[in-house]
Write a protein of this length. Structure first.
Length: 301
């Protein structure tokens, strides 16, 4: 006897309110439905449903059983969906939101291989540096540097992405190298932020305490713009690690105040919508990007 089917049948009876309505859903006769529910009760040795000529009522045991049975039915549906995914080509439309700089350096290089592998998936890519843009756009999948997870999304932390203070060797030669965070008051500090503010307070860990340091400069904007200005020797930029890592290795930028940790935790997150079951195309892109981006952030690919 298929006990799983009996559980699904019980859930339908409870939700539809009658054997006849459940019978129509499962293409059975009402008497067959009643018989299978009775067999389920006999096996459990408890009454789940009180029968009357007017309506069906769940017993306390029936209400408890229904709560767990719904979870089981949902899990089974999700399991079957996942198994079908193994034998079917992912397809469908997926909206992807990401930071400008991170998309150029890390996401775009990965997408050609994905699209060749899954040609029936269509990606709508939205690029912007404001975190709230992703939520207002209603993106299915979000990859970005952030200080905390986004609400209303499943969050997967891919790796660390700390802020790095840096400048060109030429700028430091002309204006000197800061030795303490307070020295930044005498420098042109380029600030990354959604408001484009040229004045800001940067947080540092000094002697085990978090201290704000007021800085100012002649330029503020989104990360890629501040990166461009820093590369041109305009000033000292506080930039995400993923943007400047290669420049630091090549010596084209120099880290400033390496002994003072910038106390503003950053990480690269992958967020995706809570959908059950998850569409095949979205699931494929989540798994693909999570795997490859984690390796890239760890310096393994």
């Amino acid at each position: 006897m298929d006990h799983t089917y009996d559980i699904q049948l019980f859930v339908t009876v409870a939700e539809r309110g009658s054997f006849a309505a459940a019978a129509a859903v499962h293409k059975l006769t009402p008497s067959a439905v009643g018989k299978r529910i009775a067999q389920l009760e006999a096996r459990l040795k408890v009454q789940l449903i009180q029968r009357s000529t007017r309506k069906l009522l769940l017993t306390p045991a029936g209400k408890h059983y229904l709560e767990r049975a719904r979870m089981l039915v949902a899990e089974l549906a999700s399991l079957e969906h996942g198994v079908r995914h193994l034998s079917n080509d992912p397809e469908g439309e997926v909206s992807l939101s990401c930071n400008v700089g991170f998309s150029e350096g890390h996401i775009l290089p990965l997408l050609p291989e994905f699209l060749r592998r899954y040609p029936r998936v269509r990606i709508n890519m939205m690029v912007g540096d404001r975190v709230e843009t992703a939520e207002s756009d209603g993106a299915d999948l979000v990859v970005r540097a952030a200080g905390a997870p986004l609400p209303n999304y499943v969050s997967q932390r891919l790796g660390d992405n700390p802020w790095v203070l840096c400048a060109t060797p030429g700028y430091l030669e002309d204006y000197g190298t800061p030795q303490h965070p307070e020295d930044l008051a005498r420098h042109n500090c380029l600030n990354v932020g959604p408001s484009g503010a040229a004045r800001e307070k940067w947080l540092f860990e000094v002697n085990g305490k978090i201290e704000p340091v007021a800085v100012s400069g002649n330029f503020g904007g989104f990360a890629r713009a501040v990166y461009a200005m820093t590369r041109e020797g305009v000033g000292i930029g506080r930039l995400p690690n993923f943007l400047v890592r290669e420049d630091l290795v090549k010596g084209e930028l120099m880290e400033v105040l390496p002994d003072y940790r910038v106390a503003d935790p950053r990480a690269i997150y992958l967020f995706y919508r809570r959908l059950n079951p998850m569409p095949f195309g979205l699931q494929a892109l989540v798994e693909y990007l999570a795997f490859h981006l984690t390796h890239r952030l760890e310096g393994r690919g």
